[in-house]
Design a protein around this ligand. Structure first.
Ligand code: KG4
Ligand code: ZN
Length: 362
């Protein structure tokens, strides 16, 4: 039987622990999935404060492991391997989870795997459905926004990425301008439901340009200017601006996704499967739009259930389980990394600026 893997995730503002075992058919059995958000601790600052995050992880990480074991009805002796996020992310938080994971692996005498958080997102659809390699991945969250050809475990080719802000960051900043809560994505999506997406003519950065890079900074600024121009915002203004913003994001993502498909095919990848993952993949309107783009191009579409789109430890445990299966256990000396591009080779040749609430990630 495959080992029961404890996964730990502490790279941003969620303290998460999960217990996952790979079934013989390759699917994931999730025995426990604990995600404790720190959102209330950061809410007064309308963004994630690294020091507050790191301290909260220290206070909670062991309790999250205990809660996961309790959820599964198991004792610590059931842990047969440990996988922890080793980056990219807020370094203080990453160090907490990584160190806790190493300590548990050492105490239990079981293998340890240092997992790239982005690889967790990249493999996350497999928590719920078979996702045979290769596939084209649109990874969109608060700290990263990129198209990747996922050719196999550990074999990722970056096709394009944001040249400024991540999509989730644009949602967060739009929510801020509109006086909505943090993190902004779900609030903007909710407000957009009762809004008119055609009321404001917002820019569609990089739409129609060669390549499949993305850009959201200009759109974010346009939202801020429009809001300023309106003065005191009525509830309808907020809804209309949220809807207009979301429509612009959808247009940009749809256009760039079609371009990414061409790049994916140019690479010789033959799997017509389009996967969307990361926190922004929780957006129902965006999912529907990208599903339509995929269908038009003859691609199957897959996105993880919403709870696996945002940060969680089940995806880290799964990545760890798959790595262990491939004989890729890590050394206990594996370092924490604030930056750790998934596609190290492409990133070295083409560094991409990704600022944001989590700092430069990938
Ligand atoms: O993957 P995630 O939990 O953390 C990162 O690794 O970045 O993604 C969080 C991001 C936030 O920017 C949040 O606003 C966005 O995902 N998000 C959404 C939605 N739910 C979360 N964006 C748009 N629509 C949503 N429903
Ligand atoms: Zn994430």
């Amino acid at each position: 039987m495959n080992p029961l893997v404890l996964g730990l995730e502490t790279s941003c503002d969620e303290t998460a622990a999960a217990l996952v075992r790979l079934r013989a058919d390759g699917s994931a059995e999730i025995l426990a999935d604990v995600v404790w958000s720190q959102v209330e601790a950061h809410a007064p600052y309308r963004g994630v404060v690294p020091e507050i995050a790191a301290r909260a992880h220290v206070e909670k990480v062991d309790l999250a492991v205990a809660a996961a074991l309790e959820q599964a009805g198991l004792g610590p002796q059931a842990i047969e391997a440990v996988a922890a996020t080793a980056g990219p992310g807020l370094i203080g938080g990453v160090m907490v989870g990584l160190t806790a994971g190493k300590a548990i692996a050492l105490a239990r005498g079981v293998p340890f795997v240092a997992v790239n958080h982005l690889e967790g997102h990249a493999l996350s659809p497999r928590l719920a459905a078979p996702a045979p390699f290769p596939y084209l991945l649109f990874l969109a969250s608060g700290g990263h926004c990129q198209f990747l050809a996922v050719r196999g475990l550990g074999d990722y080719v970056r096709l394009g990425s944001t040249i400024d802000d991540a999509a989730g960051e644009a949602f967060d900043k739009t929510a801020r301008v509109l006086g909505l809560g943090f993190p902004g994505g779900p609030y903007v999506e909710q407000a957009a439901r009762s809004g008119d997406p055609t009321r404001f003519d917002l820019p569609r950065p990089l739409k129609g340009r060669p390549g499949c890079d993305l850009s959201f900074a200009g759109l974010k600024t346009a939202v801020a200017r429009t809001a300023e121009g309106l003065g005191a915002l009525s509830e309808q203004d907020v809804s209309d601006l949220a809807a207009s913003f979301q429509a612009a994001v959808a247009d940009v993502c749809a256009d760039r996704a079609a371009a990414a498909m061409a790049a994916y095919e140019a690479l010789g990848c033959e799997g017509p499967l389009f996967v969307m993952a990361g926190g922004v993949a929780a957006n129902t309107a965006l999912r529907a739009r990208l599903e339509a783009v995929a269908a038009q191009a003859g691609y199957a579409f897959l996105a993880p259930p919403q709870r696996f789109c945002t940060d969680n430890a089940a995806m880290i445990a799964l990545a760890g389980a798959l790595r262990l299966g491939a004989g890729l256990a890590s050394d206990l000396a594996a370092p924490a990394k604030a930056r750790w591009p998934l596609d190290e080779i492409a990133a070295a040749g083409r560094p991409t600026h990704v600022p944001g609430r989590k700092g430069a990630k990938a």
